[in-house]
Write a protein that binds this ligand. Structure first.
Ligand code: GTP
Ligand code: MG
Length: 238
């Protein structure tokens, strides 16, 4: 498990870097993109998200027919806006260059997958690991190791193959996998304070963390209920 907070690079392949550079610096001059000049992230990221979503939908369909229910509640995707990329570079203390964006920002394409049950997160991770085309670049397991504020999710950085302008490209996509309970907590915590002010008073951080613990407890309870319901329906079948 790789957990890191300092600027850390998981460099893109050349094809991704080139597409990013072309979008950020259309004139070809490399270093600083003038403020406001870069309005749209490259199409490559939208494409990578569509490809990945299609792959995961395929896994979901197969899974559903075996188990009788869908292990995935919903999937959301977003491409990071240039403004938000520039903001993150500045938080990292880096010059706003296309190369820095390529080297240090690997959540330009982001996907969130929300599950009813926590065990299915690891089953999907395992399926992704066995997938022919997808490569796992990094795993941050905030479920086994929650953040100090209580944040829980499994973050997986993937390399997704796409055909872009008639070439095979590999694009990084950050996938966050969490349960409904974790998502509930994260959404409310985000509204309350994430990124406004990460430095929360200690007592508030403890309260938040204890609320996250309650969400974790709910996930465990639901797993137990699921196995009880499953064994009931097996008895019925006999
Ligand atoms: P960012 O600069 O926020 O992207 O952090 P990072 O690149 O160091 O990666 P990390 O894995 O810590 O978090 C990436 C993303 O996970 C964030 O952009 C959020 O979407 C989500 N996230 C991480 N920590 C928290 C948290 O404490 N609360 C909430 N609500 N979301 C979080
Ligand atoms: Mg991030």
């Amino acid at each position: 498990i790789l957990n890191t907070t300092t600027p850390f690079t998981i460099a893109p392949e050349d094809s991704e870097r080139e597409a990013l550079k072309r979008a950020a610096c259309p004139e070809g001059d490399d270093v600083l993109f003038p403020a406001g000049a870069w309005v749209r992230p490259p199409d490559l990221y939208r494409l990578a998200l569509e490809e990945l979503e299609a792959e995961i939908e395929a896994i979901r369909r197969e899974w559903k027919s075996d188990e009788g229910f869908s292990p995935i509640e919903h999937i959301k995707t977003r491409v990071k806006e240039p403004d938000s990329i520039l903001g993150k570079l500045s938080r990292l203390g880096l010059e706003p260059s296309a190369d820095h964006a390529a080297d240090f920002i690997y959540d330009i394409a982001g996907m969130r997958i929300v599950f009813p049950f926590v065990t299915d997160i690891y089953l999907l991770l395992e399926r992704i690991g066995r997938h022919q085309g997808l490569r796992i670049l990094q795993i941050k397991d905030y479920i086994m190791n929650p953040k100090s504020n209580g944040y829980r999710s499994l973050h997986v950085l993937l390399s997704v193959p796409v055909i872009f302008e008639e070439r095979l490209c590999r694009v990084r996509v950050e996938v966050q996998m969490r349960t409904l309970a974790m998502d509930f907590w994260a959404s409310l915590e985000h509204i309350l304070l994430y990124k406004y002010d990460r430095r929360v008073p200690d007592h508030l951080e403890r309260e938040l963390s204890s609320a996250a613990g309650a969400a974790g407890e709910l996930d465990r309870k639901m797993l137990t209920l699921r196995s009880e319901v499953m064994s009931l329906s097996e008895e019925d079948a006999l």
